[in-house]
Design a protein around this ligand. Sequence first.
Ligand code: FAD
Length: 315
Amino acid sequence: MIELKVMKLSHNLSCATRMKFIKKAINMSTPTVSFEFFPPQNLEASFRLWDTVQTLAPLDPTFVSVTYGAGGTTRDLTRDAVATLHKSSGLNVAAHLTCVNATKEETLAIAADFAKAGVKEIVALRGDAPKGEATFTPCDGGFANSLELIEALAATGDFKIRVGAYPDRHPEAPSAQADVDWLKAKIDAGADEAITQFFFEADTFLRFRDECAKAGIDAPILPGILPIENWKGTRNFAKRCGTAVPVWLEDAFEKAERDGRSDLLATAICTELCSDLMSEGVDALHFYTLNRPELTRDVCHALGVVPQVDLQNVA
Ligand code: FAD
């Protein structure tokens, strides 16, 4: 069944108008979109980020977010990328912020810098342990967990706060219910919305959404969508994150790689995942772009998200 749908979608990929027709036929409204970028570490990566921004900005994202390197490693790069994007792209920029390797004062000083620069949205995270360390340990004087960070940011009144959520269950969560309860605590502490870790099947998200609703979470939960640029890399990353990898997906990429059609498959699978979510009422999608815009753009076009604005003042 899935293969059949994927084949149908693949056939139509290059033609946005055909996909628009299909979308109309199944009566779905166009979703809003947002995009995650990571801060560039060198000149070449800066050009790649700019190319990504120029390609995706015309899709009129609700916001774009900039990650904060694991272990707090990109603190200055994140700050620079956020400030530059905010100033020159005209996009609504959200800065990621973690609790790793910084005291409370240092973390809140970074947040204050964001506010001063006019950045009003933060993705507040505990963060992962620095490389080589197995578990997260708060640094002396640092926030002990995401809850403390969220409370402190909420107390400033300066930010819209988004937080992470885990439909496949976070590797450190003792149970799926514990994960939902922890998310509820984060929303109660002042978070406005959640963005999920990526997942491969719509049901995973929909089940999680149901559990969250049962727990009384009424904040919006944006599904995090990862277009698969590189199957082996994605599979390894998924294993590290605790994201379940379905057998049918393994098989599909094995065959597609053999035939040199991985990009086509990736676009079709991602489009289908998004349209399955949309047919269950999801109206906002958050894409992990990995600073590679083409797949995300093609999926957005296939979903009927087409250029809305000319990007001004870029470059
Ligand atoms: P939390 O939600 O605080 O904790 C994760 C899970 O651990 C919880 O769901 C809960 O089950 C359990 N848990 C933790 N503490 C407790 C407690 N005290 N009591 C009970 N249960 C607890 N990482 C980066 O380094 N930089 C980034 O920019 C970044 N961006 C991300 C963006 C999104 C949308 C997501 C989903 C993740 C991102 N990450 C990023 C990864 C994230 O830092 C890791 O997944 C980290 O391990 C958890 O961070 P968190 O804030 O989601 O954790």
